[in-house]
Ligand binder design. Structure first.
Ligand SMILES: NC(=O)c1ccc[n+]([C@@H]2O[C@H](COP(=O)([O-])OP(=O)(O)OC[C@H]3O[C@@H](n4cnc5c(N)ncnc54)[C@H](O)[C@@H]3O)[C@@H](O)[C@H]2O)c1
Length: 244
């Protein structure tokens, strides 16, 4: 499906991002596994089918780092066909207690990075006339909100608005832009939650279970590949029915 196409996955060192890397590599893509943690990116790269994969250390919230990735891609001499913006963090607190730093950190990593990464890769695509699919990992929380996550939910809602606007602008330039909205998925991010909170979350899910990272990766593969060639500006909810 993605034979020899170059794909960048941010946050590829862990959880959902790692599973997306595996899925895209199994479909023939050559991966740039981009993550803040070099060892995590290297570990993912080693797990992938095929050999033309690279681990790239990057802080996606820093323009200098994004520019370093641009230079790296330009040296590669193949423009990416897929960009999956998956890197994300939480810094939870109720609104009344949230610090300015908690707000800004989450904005920088979850939303500002999507602007910088998407702009950089879309420019490369338009310049080289390489069709591109951008898949942004948002969250169902961006649609329905969540207690203690005003910062996180605002970024994930922002990702949806960004996705639809960019999709409109780039639709005639062979660039598709879509978003996946995961529900509660079994990853280090959710494993860090107190069991009681997790239990009460699962009880709200119509399918009464957490999702698996592979179930998100399947949706991302669909949006990343030509199987979804007439799909742009959409939000695909993968939530076991939560938030329908
Ligand atoms: N786990 C869930 O239930 C869930 C639900 C909805 C949405 N999501 C979203 O899915 C994405 C992945 O979540 P996950 O649960 O796999 O998390 P995770 O913590 O397992 O993985 C996140 C990865 O992003 C990397 N990262 C963090 N900050 C970075 C930065 N500044 N630059 C580059 N890399 C950075 C981390 O090193 C890590 O490898 C996130 O965007 C998250 O918001 C997760």
């Amino acid at each position: 499906m993605l034979s020899s196409k170059l794909a960048i996955v941010t946050g590829g060192g862990s959880g959902i991002g790692q599973e997306i890397c595996k899925k895209l590599a199994a479909s023939g893509a050559n991966l740039i596994v981009a993550d803040l943690k070099k060892s995590a990116a290297e570990n993912t790269a080693k797990l992938l089918t095929g050999s033309a994969h690279t681990a790239f250390e990057i802080d996606v919230s820093k323009l200098n780092d994004v520019n370093r990735l641009k230079e790296f891609i330009q040296n590669w001499k193949t423009s990416p066909s897929v960009l999956v913006n998956c890197a994300g963090i939480t810094k939870d607190s109720t609104l009344l207690k949230m610090s300015q730093e908690q707000w800004e950190d989450v904005m920088n990593v979850n939303l500002n990075s999507i602007f910088m990464m998407s702009q950089m890769v879309a420019r490369e695509s338009v310049k080289s006339k390489t069709p591109l699919s951008i898949v942004n990992v948002s969250s169902i929380v961006g649609k329905i909100g969540n207690f203690g996550q005003t910062n996180y939910a605002a970024t994930k809602a922002g990702v949806i608005g960004f996705t639809k606007s960019a999709a409109r602008e780039l639709a005639t330039k062979n660039v598709r832009v879509n978003a996946v909205l995961p529900g509660f998925i079994r990853t280090p991010m959710t494993e860090a939650m107190p069991p009681k909170v997790l239990e009460s979350m699962v009880s709200m899910v119509p399918q009464r279970r957490l999702g698996e990272p592979e179930e998100i990766a399947n949706a991302v593969l669909f949006l990343a590949s030509d199987t979804s060639s007439y799909v742009t500006g959409t939000t695909l909810e993968v939530t076991g029915g939560l938030g329908m």
